[in-house]
Every structure is written in C-alpha cells, then in structure tokens.
Design a protein around this ligand. Structure first.
Ligand code: PTJ
Length: 245
C-alpha cells in the first residue's frame, strides 16, 4: 500500500484494488471477490467516489438500529475482511455487536484465514466457525450460521451480500442493513436500510455516528430511524448514478 501515492486522483480505488489482491493472495478473498470489486468500483466512479447525503443519512439510521438492537450482528465475507477488518472491529465495539464470518463460497480454510485476520485487527470474539444453525430456504452451504449469532440476531449488517441470502434473512424477520454500491441489486432493494456507498467510507462513518449517538436516548434513536426514508435514499442514489453517466 505504500507504493500508491496518496495524491493520486484514483488513490482510494487503487488502494481498494490492492487490498482485494492481497486478500486473494492470503486466502481471505475468493477470486469472485475481484469481479465483485470491479462492479463496485464502476458504480463508485459514477457516484463521484463520495458519500452522498442520502448515504450519510442511511449510515446514521443504521448506527441507530445497531444501538437499539437486542442482538446486533455484523456479517463478514472475504471482501469485507480484506477491505475493512479493523473498521468492522471498531464498529462492533461502538455498537456492542457480534462479528460473524458468513461466506458465499464457504471453505474451512477461508473461514480460518479470515478469523485470524480479524483477530490480528483486534477482534476478541469471532463467530461463524460453529455453523450450528441454518437459514431456512437456502441451499446448504450458504445457509450455515451460528445459532447464537446471525440465527438469533434481531439486526444484521450484511455488506456486499448476495441477493438470495438477503431475501432469506429478510424472510426470517430480521432488520437488514445492507451496504452495496449498486442500488438496483436485490440486497439493497430488500433492506430496511440500504446504504449505497463504498464500504471503505461507510463503515468508519457508521462507527463515527454510533460514537456520537452513544449517549442518545431510545426516543432520539427511534426518531432518526423514522426520519430515514429508504425509497428516497434508493432513488437519490440511482439519480446520482444516472447523472454520473
Ligand atoms: O467471500 P464470499 O465467498 O462470501 O464471496 C463474497 C462475494 C462478494 C464475492 C459474493 O458475495 C458475490 O459474488 O457478491 P456479488 O453478487 O458480486 O455482489 C457484490 C455486490 O457488492 C455488488 O452489487 C457490488 O456492486 C457491491 N460492491 C463491490 N465492492 C463494493 C461493493 N459495495 C460497497 N463497497 C464496495 N467496496
């Protein structure tokens, strides 16, 4: 990462790409994660590579959801682990949430590599290794979750999530917070809070909102959640992308 000059106009994009490549080399990120990153990068370019106001509002509402939750869980896949490991640990600390590894292409090797990587970045407890429960109506491998983690969570943050899983979690009645640069993908479409922003910017901003709201009462947090309009946020993101074309 030291080789990329910070004043390069595409600094953030180059940094992101580099982190994904390193993730693949370390056995953390799946090869498909490189394609996912390429798609995300194209949308981010059209968004102007910045957190648009509706995304900031979504990040604040998501922080409020996590703070109000009985049992919040942050889901980690191979791209998330490569891009924002320490930032996810900080967000978990700020909201008293669990971290759970949940992979689309699940192998024991990648689970172990990601768990080590998260611990190196300060995680004390990592879930997803037991996989002793199943999300209903999803094929075997993708359905695996921890009974005391995502399975019983009331609020889950699922960044860069596959559409089938997002729908299956929604069907379980969970409050889903989704980070995805493509506002038309199924995951943000089914999310209670769709966050159309690069995960690299979204997660630190959610943690900052959570820290700022640490002493807020339930009424204030509920007010923030009610004031957030998911349809408007999706439309604003799509509008911004169209104008970027
Ligand atoms: O590690 P695994 O096995 O769980 O696999 C993870 C990937 C991401 C490979 C898998 O879930 C997958 O194939 O996902 P999709 O269907 O490609 O969806 C990824 C979504 O994330 C796409 O809509 C991308 O636009 C979006 N995306 C990619 N990079 C970013 C992003 N959104 C926010 N920030 C990014 N940096």
């Amino acid at each position: 990462e030291e080789e990329i000059p910070e004043d390069h106009p595409r600094y953030q994009d180059l940094l992101t790409r580099h982190r994904i490549e390193t993730g693949v080399e370390k056995g953390i990120t799946h090869l498909q994660g490189m394609h996912a990153e390429g798609r995300g990068s194209a949308f981010d370019y059209l968004l102007g590579e910045e957190t648009i106001p509706s995304a900031d509002a979504a990040e604040r509402a998501a922080a409020a959801h996590l703070l109000l939750a009985d049992h919040p869980v942050l889901s980690i896949n191979g791209n998330v682990a490569a891009l924002v490991p320490g930032e996810m640990v900080d967000l978990a600390d700020a909201t008293d949430a669990d971290l759970e590894i949940n992979l689309f292409n699940r192998t024991d090797e990648r689970i172990a590599a990601i768990a080590d990587h998260l611990r190196e970045h300060g995680a004390t407890e990592v879930k997803g290794l037991e996989a002793d429960a199943r999300i209903p109506n999803l094929d075997h491998q993708r359905a695996k979750v921890d009974a005391d983690g995502i399975y019983e969570a009331d609020v889950v943050l699922v960044p860069l999530e596959d559409g089938d899983r997002a729908e299956a979690l929604e069907a379980m009645g969970k409050t889903e917070l989704v980070i995805d640069l493509n506002p038309l993908s199924r995951s943000p479409q089914v999310a209670e809070v769709p966050i159309v922003d690069n995960i690299i910017r979204a997660v630190p901003n959610m943690a900052a909102h959570a820290q700022e709201l640490a002493d807020a009462g339930e009424g204030e947090l509920e007010g923030i959640i009610e004031a957030f309009d998911r349809e408007e946020a999706l439309e604003e993101a799509e509008e911004r992308i169209r104008s970027g074309l």
